[in-house]
Design a protein around this ligand. Structure first.
Ligand code: DI6
Ligand code: FE
Length: 409
């Protein structure tokens, strides 16, 4: 084979590149060349430099299908034991959150189920959730710890996250979320737990290569800005980027805090203030919107979308897949919810699950269709990009490529 030829050339596609400022970065009647796992060329077919067969070892026609970057889910808690379906049932039969918490429900029940599971059991329970997201077009996945809340259990969660990436052939980025909830055995010793997380857990797990970023739940029912700051100081000393569950239920000034540390993202943001928006804009911190939790909790207060737009804060959208507040197994549905519930345009929502999601993970090598980007692509059985937000449910994926190779969904 002539070495100068590309590995693969895809023809007759509508390319939603999300590069540049044109809506969706759309290229009609497009072609895209993949070579050694990267995008080598893209443009209109009538701009190809030679006949397709002379250019590539393999030439495939996509019959006019839409082609996008692989979707990036930048906020999930998908590794966990058990589930909370019974709580869902209790709530809809009139039980309050307090009743459920007093009955041992809530995050604590997931912590118990996660601690009780072996690594293989945790993997087996989490695999279907990762497969569901992948089948719906996700090629890069962020997975948090935070249901172990002890060194061994947090390690087990992060090892399972890495294993899911290896077994599914998708990119997995891990976030350490030791400050997610106070474990029962530290109920009256929260300073000791914060010290355990900052001074023992994080350094040990980082040294084992299990941590790509550090997150915390900064909330009245979670951890304080001071406790969060202590964690961020340790993360900074270890050279790890930070992100934060911020302003979900109240204004703790968490967004300003993570922006102060040059953080990758502030996530949830229903209670984000104007000053928080300005701090994020100045720091380049991405706003990660989580409409699944807003929907499941029947929230009424919207994140300040207009202020984020006005300050040109990049908005990402993620599933927040977790057993309690967002048991959501479709990033595409999260994008649709971001339109219907948060009033994002389809173009904003789709940038939110591609280029802005990549930025929320600190990844510059993916999220757009452009020469040099990873060849992570999805061909969809739709014609127009807005359809990806418009159709509720359904299986719209025609084919997925990861690193330039066609991947079994
Ligand atoms: N915010 C949330 O909505 C989830 N965690 C967090 O920090 C809740 C997780 C759970 O209920 O299991
Ligand atoms: Fe979350």
């Amino acid at each position: 084979m002539n070495e100068s030829r590309w590995d693969r050339l895809l023809l007759n596609a509508t390319l939603a590149t999300f590069a540049g400022d044109a809506p969706y970065g759309l290229i009609e009647h497009g072609a895209i060349a993949l070579h050694r796992g990267r995008i080598a060329w893209l443009g209109r077919m009538d701009a190809l430099p030679a006949a397709p067969d002379a250019l590539a070892a393999a030439v495939v026609s996509l019959d006019g299908a839409l082609l996008t970057p692989g979707l990036i889910d930048c906020h999930t808690h998908l590794v966990f034991g058990g589930d909370r379906a019974q709580e869902f049932d209790l709530r809809l039969n009139g039980a309050s959150y307090t009743d459920i918490a007093h009955a041992g429900g809530g995050i604590v029940s997931t912590v118990q189920a996660t601690r009780a599971a072996t690594e293989d059991q945790l993997y087996a329970q989490s695999l279907p959730r990762a497969q569901a997201l992948h089948r719906d077009g996700v090629t890069t996945l962020e997975i948090k710890s935070g249901y172990g809340l002890s060194l061994d259990s947090e390690r087990r969660m992060l090892r399972v996250a890495r294993r899911l990436g290896r077994e599914l052939g998708i990119s997995v980025r891990t976030s350490f979320l030791g400050l997610h909830a106070l474990p029962p055995e530290y109920r009256d010793r929260r300073d000791d737990y914060v010290a355990l997380v900052c001074d023992e857990m994080l350094p040990a797990l980082a040294a084992e290569g299990l941590v790509d970023a550090v997150d915390a739940f900064c909330e009245g029912i979670g951890f304080s800005p001071a406790e969060t700051r202590r964690l961020f100081e340790r993360a900074q000393a270890l050279g790890l980027p930070v992100k934060l569950h911020a302003e979900q239920l109240s204004d703790q000034c968490g967004a300003a805090l993570v922006a102060e540390y040059g953080g990758l993202s502030a996530d949830h943001l229903e209670h984000l203030s104007e000053s928080g928006v300005r701090a994020m804009a100045a720091a380049g911190t991405v706003a990660v919107l989580l409409p699944g939790a807003f929907y499941a909790l029947r929230e009424t207060r919207l994140p300040p979308i207009d202020a984020l737009r006005a300050q040109r804060v990049p908005m990402a959208v993620a599933s927040d897949c977790n057993p309690g507040t967002s048991p959501l197994l479709s990033l595409r549905l999260a994008a649709g919810m971001a339109c219907t519930l948060f009033r994002l345009t389809p173009e904003e929502a789709l940038r939110g699950v591609t280029v802005h999601a990549a930025r929320a993970l600190g990844l510059a090598d993916r999220g757009t269709l452009a020469p040099g980007q990873r060849a992570d692509l999805v061909a969809w059985n739709v014609r127009a990009p807005a359809e990806l937000c418009y159709w509720i449910g359904g299986e719209l994926v025609r084919e997925v490529w990861i690193g330039g190779e066609s991947a079994p969904a």
